[in-house]
Design a protein around this ligand. Sequence first.
Ligand SMILES: Nc1ncnc2c1ncn2[C@@H]1O[C@H](COP(=O)(O)OP(=O)(O)OP(=O)(O)O)[C@@H](O)[C@H]1O
Ligand SMILES: Nc1nc2c(c(=O)[nH]1)N=C(CO)CN2
Length: 165
Amino acid sequence: MVNQNIACAIALGGNIGETWAILEAAIETLAQTPGIFLEKKSNWYKTKAVGPPQPDYINGAALLQVEMIPQLLLETLLQIENKFGRQRRERWEARTLDLDLLLYNDVILDTPKLQLPHPRMRERAFVLVPLAEIAPDWIEPVSGYKIKELVQEVDCSDVHLLEYQ
Ligand SMILES: Nc1ncnc2c1ncn2[C@@H]1O[C@H](COP(=O)(O)OP(=O)(O)OP(=O)(O)O)[C@@H](O)[C@H]1O
Ligand SMILES: Nc1nc2c(c(=O)[nH]1)N=C(CO)CN2
């Protein structure tokens, strides 16, 4: 049991259905979950899909304070994905909701079910742009670089702020 609040960053995304409404509802669900305190959420961004051809995504990021070990937080995120109709067939397929655990304090972890920091966050403009908005000075512990430094290393031309947030 963790008896103090731990700072975490998560990524949110989706590209099937009423994505914007799903993402807002997911944020609300997180905020209502015992042991999770929503600190900040980024704006939403329209992003071109990375990987297999599929519709554009909406992506964002949020900062949480949590009173849970990382494995339980991941389990909670997967349950919220399921609540919003997430189907799992293939890797990188289109989805109603994706919640990735990016950073859990400065923990580095490499287990089959959970890697921290998220192993692909450093190369993903759709993760770094929203995260840089809310946590520019957070140091990604594997690289030792701040998020605002990492975002300068990726091509952000396919990440566009959505109007009328
Ligand atoms: N930091 C992490 N955040 C979320 N899932 C993780 C993490 N580390 C490992 N995983 C594992 O990855 C599994 C697959 O996740 P998911 O289906 O969201 O992958 P994906 O979104 O298709 O691809 P990617 O992992 O590249 O974002 C999860 O069931 C989980 O056990
Ligand atoms: N733009 C964008 N592309 C993706 C995304 C995503 O969230 N946004 N998620 C993926 C699998 O995690 C694969 N590709």
